[in-house]
Write a protein that binds this ligand. Structure first.
Ligand SMILES: [Zn+2]
Ligand SMILES: [Zn+2]
Length: 220
């Protein structure tokens, strides 16, 4: 069939469906009631998905090759790979976390202790373990008050990051809507979700098999 003809037919079909839906809304859904809807009640705040956090990325966009050519142009100096008297025992796949320089430019900074590596290109000192100060190159911030979010709960498939700032405008706004009785109770506030939260999912949704999803995967 001609593609144009096919598309025209499809548009007509969609248009008819649209007309049907508009009629359906007019007939069965009392639009006026929306104004009195209790969906804004703080009780339902738990089901609300907060907007995305602000993400700070500390990773700079230059690397060791840029630095080498910068030194050469600015100071006429060529940085050579480290001259070694003994064989290097830094793992071959180790790179500088700041400028990505390969192992040729890395040396131990603390002699026999071997707990700190120094990068000859950018002079950064770092620990050879994976969990060093460079392992987190991003920080999540609350979109309402810019405070750094605190990872509060570690669920099976996601981490809950929370804004714990008591002066956060989002929190104060939600607090105003809460029943005064609940505020007097011990832990009364816990009935509501008042702080900004962000769920960082750790599973790859593209590789997920929907049929083998665990039972409590949807638990909040
Ligand atoms: Zn470096
Ligand atoms: Zn906040």
């Amino acid at each position: 069939m001609d593609i144009i003809l096919y598309l025209l037919q499809l548009i007509q079909q969609l248009y008819q469906q649209n007309c049907f839906l508009i009629k359906f809304i007019c007939k069965y859904i009392p639009l006026k009631q929306w104004a009195f809807d209790d969906s804004h009640s703080p009780k339902y705040q738990k089901f609300k998905i907060d907007e995305l956090p602000r993400i700070d990325n500390f990773k700079q966009d230059w690397d060791w090759k840029d630095l080498l050519s910068y030194y050469k142009q600015r100071y006429g100096k060529k940085i050579k790979p480290i001259f070694r008297r003994v064989e290097c025992d830094i793992p071959q796949d180790c790179t500088c976390p700041a400028c990505n320089a390969p192992v040729l430019y890395l040396s131990w900074n603390d002699g026999k202790k071997k707990s700190q590596i120094r990068c000859k290109v950018c002079q950064t000192h770092f620990s050879p373990t994976k969990d060093n100060r460079f392992s987190k190159t991003t920080k999540l911030r609350c979109p309402h008050c810019s405070h750094i979010l605190v990872p509060k709960k570690d669920r099976k498939h996601f981490i809950v990051h929370k804004c714990v700032n008591d002066k956060c405008p989002y929190y104060l706004h939600n607090l105003k809507k809460v029943d005064k009785k609940d505020l007097k109770e011990d832990y009364g506030k816990n009935k509501y979700k008042l702080h900004y939260i962000y769920r960082e999912f750790q599973i790859d949704f593209f590789k997920m098999d929907l049929n083998t999803l665990p039972k409590n995967a949807s638990s909040l």
